[in-house]
Write a protein that binds this ligand. Structure first.
Ligand code: SF4
Length: 422
């Protein structure tokens, strides 16, 4: 798609830039109504980078208008339910020498906090999650230099052997590329083998910002944007759904966010394979790139609201679910963005490690009751979902309700990292 190609709902037929000037002049609510009418009548899409950037600049009444528009689009797309999945994160190793400069999770083999789980330990964690009512495990790890490229298949197969009905949401495009490099398999074949082993969907992490200049600063070019796109589109072509993510608020600018959203929309229009778009505000506290003075301390509250709302607007009609991260946003900020385009709050997680090591203060899991308490002030229904946004079985709902969505071993281990050897 050429730069500045029409995208989103900023149709010149309903005023184009003059419409945005209205927003900027504070005529927010009326304007939101106009754009919404255009959306409802099918007059979309159009819009330029300049228009989208103007929306990202919104503040005060303009921001309320943008949030109101995104909220209306959310209601049209998916209704009022706020959804979540009962899932367990299994970060099977934190040993990694890739050196991403935003990452506080990776450790060297000899570091005190380094760990690698055995297959049996991964299986145990999956079983605990199943007993706690989970419908999903999310598995991602560091790029351990000793891990063979087929280890990913073994991990997925072990989970399925122990819990055949647990959905395996696993392996970022970075891990997929690592697996292909180590096995010599083409991406398509590697993904097909992963699916045979039990992988049901891929997390669209390692997207960071899909701009190679930014990626170079963040990750020294570990995974070019084109490689991320190739893995994701190949997965979609094979019928393997993925999420899409954006990590923002570090060395990037709002123009990068718009460019990123364009790339994601373009893929979504071609493949229809994204389950959701997940916004990941940069957690700065322990991130090397922040400690080196090269990154800013994450996005502001205003930016968080604007970019969540703009994501809903720019992805309308292409991706139905917009997810915020309770791991990275405090409860009040989650409610803010849930009122401005977001419909999903991710998972109970049971054992979140990556953001916690980067300095997030939001803990490593949320019980279902805690998620409910967080969203109650919004007055919208909270609904448990499966990974692919279906309804869990009555048996799963009962099991997760009985444990409140968190397994006992994690309850008693809220702050201690798992330590094990392979
Ligand atoms: S983000 Fe992933 S690949 Fe990069 S250093 Fe951290 S663990 Fe390694």
């Amino acid at each position: 798609m050429p730069a500045n190609a029409p995208i989103g709902v900023f149709d010149s037929g309903i005023g184009g830039l003059s419409v945005l000037r209205e927003i900027r002049a504070g005529a927010g609510a009326a304007l939101a109504g106009k754009i919404e009418d255009a959306v409802r009548s099918g007059a979309l899409p159009a819009g330029t980078d300049a228009q989208a950037l103007a929306l990202l600049d919104a503040d005060g009444p303009e921001l309320e208008a943008l949030a109101g528009l995104a909220d209306a689009l959310r209601r049209d797309a998916v209704g009022d339910d706020i959804t979540y999945v009962v899932t367990r994160n299994i970060n099977f190793t934190n040993v990694c020498y890739t050196g991403c400069r935003f990452c506080a999770f990776a450790q060297r083999r000899t570091d005190a906090d380094a760990y690698t789980l055995s297959l049996a330990q991964v299986g145990d964690r999956a079983e605990e999650a199943w007993q706690a009512g989970a419908t999903e495990v999310c598995m991602q790890g560091g790029i351990h230099p000793d891990l063979p490229g087929t280890a990913y298949f073994d991990l997925a197969a072990e989970v399925k052997r122990r819990c055949p009905d647990l959905h395996v949401h696993a392996f970022s495009p970075m891990e997929v590329v690592n697996g292909t490099a180590r096995t010599g398999l083409p991406i398509r074949e590697w993904l097909a083998r992963a699916r045979e082993a039990g992988v049901g969907s891929l997390p669209g992490t390692a997207a960071e910002i899909l701009d190679d200049e930014v990626r170079w600063v963040l990750t020294k070019g570990k995974l070019p944007a084109s490689a991320w796109t190739e893995v994701i589109t190949t997965a979609h072509e094979l019928g393997i759904p993925t999420t899409a993510t954006m990590m923002y608020g570090h060395v990037d600018t709002p123009a990068h966010w718009v460019g990123h959203l364009r790339v994601i929309r373009g893929i979504a229009e071609r493949t229809g394979g994204f389950t959701e778009f997940v916004l990941l505000p940069f957690v700065h506290d322990s991130a090397p790139i922040y400690l080196a003075g090269l990154a800013r301390p994450g996005p502001t509250r205003r930016e968080n609201r604007a970019v969540h709302a703009l994501s809903r607007v720019m992805l309308h009609g292409a991706i139905s679910n917009i997810q915020c991260s309770w791991v990275k946003l405090a409860g009040e900020l989650c409610r803010d963005v849930l009122s401005g385009g977001v419909n999903d709050i991710g998972g109970t997680l049971m054992e979140e490690t990556i953001s916690r090591m980067a300095g997030s203060q939001q803990g490593s899991y949320r019980t279902i009751s805690e998620l409910a308490a967080m969203v109650t002030p919004l007055g919208r229904p909270l609904r448990q979902r499966t990974t692919l946004y279906g309804n869990p079985s009555a048996e799963r709902l009962a099991a997760s309700a009985a444990s409140d969505g968190v397994c006992m071993s994690v309850r008693g281990n809220r702050t201690t990292l798992p330590v094990a050897t392979r």
